[in-house]
Design a binder for this molecule. Sequence first.
Ligand code: AMP
Length: 432
Amino acid sequence: MKILIVGGGGREHALAWKCAQSPRVDRVFAAPGNAGTAQEPNVCNIDIAADDTEALLEFAAREDIDLTIIGPEGPLVAGIVDRFTAAGRACFGPTRAAARLEGSKAFTKEFLQRHRIPTAASAAFTAATFDPDYIRAQRLPVVVKADGLAAGKGVIICATHEAAITAAQDMLGGSFGAAGCTVVIEEFLSGEEVSFIVMVSDQSVLPLATSQDHKRRDDGDQGPNTGGMGAYSPAPLVTPELRARIMREVIEPTVRGLRADGTPYTGFLYAGLMIAADGTPNVLEFNCRLGDPETQPILMRLQSDLIDLCEAALAGAGALDRVEARWDSRAALGVVMAAGGYPDAYRKGDVIAGLDAAARMPGKVFHAGTRTGAGGGAGHLPTVVTAGGRVLCAVGMGDTIAAAQAQAYDLVQTIHWNLVQYRRDIGYRAIA
Ligand code: AMP
């Protein structure tokens, strides 16, 4: 089989690495991939951008690709699965209509309310309907969200009414481009944040191993929000009881609702949840794809063939109910190594040292924002330079989360570049 992975981040490196291990797979292509996928056995990078649907489809037809897996949300929300399916090419992910669960927060809030799925109270406004008095009537803090895709930056938690009004006016005035043409004003929820990721095939659901990520840049979950600074699996917070409750109160009504609304879902579905003190799993957001960096530790633990699972989901008619996902009982923990300055403007082009040595150690270093530089030599891997905000994710495994953490930080300490930054405490809540 030939597999095409669309995307070039850490999640896509993990997907390509996992697919390449399948005995059924001859070749994996990553479009555009990164320096990590370029070095992976049986994986080949293709210089096509993840959002260039027509070029991807043309490549898939020319190479006769058997299965395409879409990593990032952008192409999904733009309708890449509809385009591939219409051309008769198997493509794993939700259709454009179903991907609106991530593409529009206003759509999702209306969906959640209509299907009685727990979520924070909210209202949506455009520039024409915006009413500052609505914000003044809300309890503080209050949350202001851009409706559309904003790369994890479209959520502002405001301590005062005036700050919230300004934030909403800025979004409506174009500070987030088209993503902010509609804003959602939302009640602030407190509790423990959990991500819950499943594979969906219409009404069939296969939950993946539990995981938890760290969104803030600095130790102790302080500092600015990022795309994610580390993650681990399993998440001890998600007990079997909580998992059953999330399935019953969130996942099952969501897939039923999507079907009832005429937009059945196939693909990975990621629910970002705030677990209230009474255990209620409130939906903060849906993502229509795997999380990054959660994917890296999750796929390190997946023993089943991912291709079999995707094919079962695409076959429909309950085939996903008849397959099982087997998991390594060990824990996996990934530490993101980021470029100096991230999540604001960051450095690029710094040479990364220590990857050769790390490759000989236990665990696995997944690349994200990297590209192959000049040089290399006999017995050495080519030079790799930084090319993005989140650069690497070093994943360790162990019988406990603490042991996995120790192995991940051994990798981190072997790798270095100018002004590298990473958190020293990934997994601290689970270890405590
Ligand atoms: P979202 O993209 O909607 O998941 O929001 C990004 C982050 O903002 C979440 O991971 C939460 O940490 C935080 N957040 C979003 N909505 C709320 C809310 N209603 N109450 C408290 N925190 C929130």
